[in-house]
Design a protein. Structure first.
Lengths: 305, 375
């Protein structure tokens, strides 16, 4: 029983990462009907940005030489901002020209896939295959509840995921820009007629999605301090599965799907050889897409003929 | 007597015409024979031979992907998964037949190798065609990006199944297929793999061409144009889709079996999403729905990839000579995987339909029709 609860806590942490990435997938899909396959690699870029920013700040003989607390406080916003810059850059360079031309969505999907490959392989080519570790920014403390051990970092990760989710939900449902985002997904062509700047809304969506992914990357780097260029690929795919499981385009769905998928994965890894994890995750995806493509929360979309 | 002579001359001229129309076929045949002879008498070294074989394999792989992505307008981006199935099935059958792995003692003496190798290829083709159903069945309900996800998931699933079966090597890979080739060489000393690759490539092109000019092929084009309208006009879209996916994945499996025997070693990670991307690049480079375009693109792409092997170190030296690069940094082969996706991104931006774009070479150069006969 203790082991089960321990695994549940692990699943909560693992699910937080999935949820943070899945939120970005679902935001972009909800607004643009585009599967942004480069998103997993933006998560990776976020982790690397966090690494570079924090090492620059921490370097004792460097320009700054800040303390660890100061570094942590500065690294979080900087990572989020820089990562969202990367996301917006991809949108500007790759997606927007295609959208302007009204290209078939398959072309956009291919572009997205290729952008992801360019990011991960470009990173590998530029920085080399050596693995990097994020410097420890907070002291690890282990809280014991009977047999169950929880580190403070785990709690922070779970807390951050919930916080981001609530904030995002409020932004989408309560603010003017959130209303504009929902309007884009409702009818993209009538939108400019209503005086809503389409491109600004889309850029804002990418800022939100990439920023959240950057935060996720940083938290991931703090929890599992090994950074490598392909870390975003598999995690990104899994997060995408999570978004589809929950019903892509729906924020609650992405969040719930992330935890659900993590729960299944952790349980599979706990009771079966861990190499079966991917097999289960992708089989779930296949079955869901086959039987109920709209996911848990999604509504069926009718196509007019 | 007058009509008879005119009959005679007209038949003569028609013979001459049909002979003329077969010119390029003969040229290709002679070229293939010359190639095999050149390799046999060591005019070409092993490296060039490997590239040539890789070219043939890429042609099969890309042309089979073109059936789904080009002609049918679906978007399959996990095509390498089927190649993986074909490679493993082909290797298992070949190892089981001739080396005594898997089935205890070897089934057949090595002298049978040249005659039973087609069985190996056929088994690989059929099994991967059955695996194509993984994608074909969901494609009844979904299209576009969701189908793309299904194909990618299929690719990952196949790879992780293979990695998890320890009997076929798991993540260590599978090797020993060279022995089948050596067995074939003992019977008759010709470059067997090149012969098989050439035969399979021609077979694949013929099958695809015949398929696309048949009634079924028109059905495939109809599904591409408008699925609902095709359904209304009496095309059994589910059947057409199933067939197209199965033929496509079967041919990919054929490419995989050849690949396994050319290299003598396979690993599931050889057939991951990067391999699928190679296929996509070839299809979209050549032109969706253009058989000749895809063949040319496969040839060009193989050459490009092999040339990058030399260009990148040369670039490295060049840039270092002018100290445009930091001294402790050198351009490595990973850049290949930056350049190839970049090609595709640029292609999508500027010419998404590919170089030939839905046209055959004979449409672009109508005079070619006089010289080539293809039916």
């Amino acid at each position: 029983m203790e082991q089960f609860i321990q695994q549940c806590v692990n699943a909560l942490q693992w699910g937080s990462f999935y949820a943070l990435i899945a939120l970005g997938y679902t935001l972009v899909y909800g607004v643009l009907r585009l599967i942004n396959f480069a998103h997993g690699d933006i998560f990776m870029v976020g982790a690397y940005i966090a690494f570079f920013v924090s090492t620059t700040f921490l370097a004792p003989d460097g320009l700054f030489g800040f303390s660890r607390e100061m570094t942590l406080i500065l690294t979080i916003p900087l990572t989020v901002i820089l990562t969202s810059c990367v996301g917006v850059t991809i949108e500007r360079i790759a997606y927007r020209p295609l959208r302007r031309r009204g290209a078939h969505r398959l072309y956009v999907v291919i572009t997205a896939l290729m952008c992801g490959l360019v990011l991960e392989n470009g990173n590998l080519a530029l920085l080399g295959a050596s693995r990097r570790t994020l410097p420890e920014l907070i002291d690890k403390q282990v809280y014991k509840f009977g047999e169950i051990a929880v580190t403070n970092l785990k709690l922070w990760v779970i807390f951050a995921a919930f916080l981001v989710f609530i904030a995002l939900h409020l932004v989408v449902t309560k603010t003017r820009i959130g209303m504009a985002m929902r309007a884009v997904s409702w009818d993209r062509f009538a939108l400019p007629l209503m005086g809503i700047p389409l491109d600004k809304v889309i850029v804002f969506t990418f800022v939100l999605g990439s920023g959240i992914a950057g935060l996720g990357g940083m938290l991931f780097g703090m929890s599992y301090p090994v950074l490598e260029p392909y870390m975003g690929a598999m995690t990104g795919w899994k997060a995408f599965i999570a978004a589809v499981v929950g019903g892509i385009g729906d924020i609650r769905g992405a969040f719930a799907g992330g935890f659900l998928l993590a729960f299944v994965e952790i349980m599979v890894a706990a009771f079966l050889p861990s190499t079966f994890r991917d097999l289960f995750a992708f089989s779930i995806l296949l079955i869901i897409l086959w039987k109920r493509p709209t996911g848990i929360f999604g509504l069926p979309l009718t196509t007019k003929i | 007597m007058q009509p008879r002579t005119s009959d005679f001359t007209s038949s003569l001229s028609s013979i001459a015409q049909s002979a003329q129309r077969r010119t390029l076929n003969f040229v290709f045949l002679l070229a293939a024979l010359a190639l095999i002879l050149a390799v046999h008498y060591d005019f070409l070294d092993d490296y060039i031979m490997t590239i040539l074989m890789l070219m043939g394999i890429n042609i099969i792989f890309a042309a089979s992907l073109n059936l789904v992505n080009g002609y049918m307008g679906e978007f399959s981006c996990g095509h390498a998964g089927f190649m993986c199935v074909g490679a493993y099935v082909g290797s298992i059958v070949s190892l089981g037949f001739f080396t005594g792995r898997f089935f205890g003692a070897s089934f057949f003496p090595p002298e049978f190798a040249p005659f039973l190798f087609p069985v190996v290829l056929l088994a690989a083709t059929l099994v991967s065609a059955v695996f194509g159903l993984i994608v074909a069945l969901p494609s009844f309900h979904t299209r576009d990006d969701y189908l793309a996800i299904i194909t990618i998931a299929a690719n990952f699933i196949i790879i992780s199944i293979v990695v998890n079966i320890d009997a076929i090597g798991g993540s260590r890979g599978l090797q020993g297929m060279k022995r089948t080739m050596n067995a074939m060489r003992q019977v008759l000393d010709i470059p067997w793999m090149l012969v098989w690759v050439v035969i399979c490539t021609v077979l694949c092109i013929t099958v695809l061409y015949r398929l696309m000019t048949s009634t079924y092929g028109k059905g495939i084009s109809a599904v591409c144009q408008n699925e609902v309208a095709a359904e209304i006009m009496g095309v059994n879209t589910n059947r057409v889709k199933t067939m197209a996916f199965m033929v496509s994945s079967g041919l990919a499996g054929l490419a995989g079996a050849l690949y396994a025997h050319v290299y003598g070693y396979i690993n599931a990670t050889n057939f991951d999403i990067l391999k699928s991307t190679e296929g996509l690049v070839m299809v979209y480079l050549g032109g969706m729905g253009s058989l000749s375009g895809v063949i040319l693109a496969a040839i060009g792409f193989t050459l490009l990839v092999e040339m990058l092997r030399f260009i990148l170190p040369a670039m490295n030296d060049f840039l270092h000579a002018f100290s445009l690069l930091p001294a402790d940094y050198s351009l490595n082969q990973v850049w290949k995987w930056v350049i190839i996706p970049l090609i595709l991104i640029l292609l999508m931006q500027f010419r998404p339909e590919g170089f030939l774009g839905n046209k055959e070479l004979t449409h672009v150069f109508p005079r070619l029709k006089r010289w080539i006969y293809f039916k």
